[in-house]
Design a binder for this molecule. Sequence first.
Ligand SMILES: C[S@@+](CC[C@H](N)C(=O)[O-])C[C@H]1O[C@@H](n2cnc3c(N)ncnc32)[C@H](O)[C@@H]1O
Length: 214
Amino acid sequence: MSDYNNTYSSHKAVFGEKPEKILIDFYKQIDNSSPVLDIGAGQGRHSLFLASEGFAVEAMEPSEVGIKQIKELAEKNSYPIFLSQCDLSEFEPRVDYYSAVLLFGLLQILTRAEINSLIKSLYNWVAEESLLFITAFSTEASSFVLHKENDKEIGKNSFEDSNGMVRTYLEPNEILELFPDYKVLHHREYLGEEHHHGDGKMQQHAVIEAVLRV
Ligand SMILES: C[S@@+](CC[C@H](N)C(=O)[O-])C[C@H]1O[C@@H](n2cnc3c(N)ncnc32)[C@H](O)[C@@H]1O
């Protein structure tokens, strides 16, 4: 986790300031009767956006620096964001269900076992009509080949490098097989723009996007 602490300490918007476009396109379909859960909220770009639009949000983020940065911005803007500094393995929901759960950039850093456990837990955290927002990495990414050549394969299309960093890639359309019980509102897989995170190397992700409804 210290990696995220370091990265977040040196850059105030590592993944950009703006929310992912699928959230902007679909957030109006979130029923506002219960909070939204942002898992791996990072520096809060999605939690803060939804809070600014009047949604109650719970941000779950293990990085102490990430949580502190979200707290500061939430206080500055008087947004009621509930902060849970923990990771998935420790998380206890505070409400009966969440109106939406955000999984932005999360699946690719979890092991296969963690992904399977998350998918099971989600059934207890959502209710009829709840939405799931997901972005993930596909095996079409050039980095997939590099990880396959250089790192230890710890699960299906899942790798751990010498620093313990995990990257898990989904095959084309696999996202739909992982979430078979949800209705698909949006699903797209494409090569992203070349970009870099902070001072990091240029990268081009093969992005999977999905918006699903229970
Ligand atoms: C790639 S970042 C994405 C951040 C944010 N969702 C965004 O899109 O801007 C992934 C985040 O997940 C957090 N994370 C890593 N492992 C986690 C776990 N097991 N449970 C919850 N969050 C985790 C990291 O600390 C990091 O902030």
